[in-house]
Unconditional design. Structure first.
Length: 78
């Protein structure tokens, strides 16, 4: 997943909507939010997910994904 995310991050001058059409752009935002939280919780040394959030979503996590993590009380991921 890190390699795939790195390939997406390597795109220059393209918005996430240009790379992934809807609803896949929304799914990507959700996935980057989840993977960044997992990496943080398990102390993985990967930054590609946070880089994707910064590059394509102005450092904003997907609120729906965070809401689900909170709702289901998924460990330290929220």
């Amino acid at each position: 997943m890190e390699e795939c995310t790195s390939l997406v991050n390597a795109n220059l001058d393209r918005s996430i909507g240009d790379i992934f059409r809807s609803p896949d752009d929304l799914k990507f935002h959700s996935a980057m939010t989840l993977f960044s939280k997992v990496a943080q919780a398990f102390r993985f040394h990967s930054t590609v997910y946070n880089e994707a959030l910064a590059k394509y979503f102005h450092n904003q996590v997907d609120k729906g994904t965070i809401g689900l993590l909170d709702r289901f009380k998924v460990g330290d991921l929220h």
